[in-house]
Unconditional design. Structure first.
Length: 157
């Protein structure tokens, strides 16, 4: 007759049942800890706002983002606030695109397309040439596109 794993019999180690119980408890604790960590991460992610300072109203947000980016690109290279403004601009671009790119009712608007072109150009410059100033040609194009997007959004286009 085979020995039951939980019964102490002669020939088995005296600590085998205790060892098995501790192993089972350890597996249960690990599974519970993993489940709690997963629940917390999902809860905290769901509670976090990807929109930051955006209101969720497309026209208002487009005007706000365009004006913020215009003021950021207007800063001089040696301005001490430039670094923080660029960091804020990158976060604002990311939040704006995350909020409005999936929306079909906004995604096809000319104002959104123009805005997307402008923010992609600016984000690309910040990513690839972080320590370099904006070239004058890019600055002029961004100013033109951001103003056009702002005007079109207010008009409803």
């Amino acid at each position: 007759m085979a020995a039951h794993p939980w019964r102490f019999e002669a020939g088995q180690g005296a600590f085998r049942p205790l060892l098995l119980a501790v192993q089972r408890l350890g597996r249960r604790l690990m599974a519970s800890a993993l489940m709690v960590a997963l629940c917390l991460s999902l809860t905290l992610t769901a509670c976090g706002s990807a929109t930051g300072n955006l209101s969720g109203v497309y026209v208002d947000d487009t005007v706000t983002v365009a004006q913020s980016l215009l003021s950021t690109i207007a800063l001089e290279q040696d301005d001490p606030a430039r670094s923080a403004a660029e960091t804020d601009a990158r976060a604002l671009i990311s939040d704006y695109m995350a909020l409005y790119r999936p929306r079909a009712n906004v995604n096809g608007l000319p104002s959104f397309t123009t805005m997307q072109t402008a923010v992609n150009s600016l984000a690309g410059h910040y990513t690839n040439y972080a320590n370099r100033p904006l070239p004058d040609a890019l600055r002029a194009r961004l100013e033109k596109e951001l103003k056009k997007a702002e005007t079109n959004a207010v008009r409803g286009a």
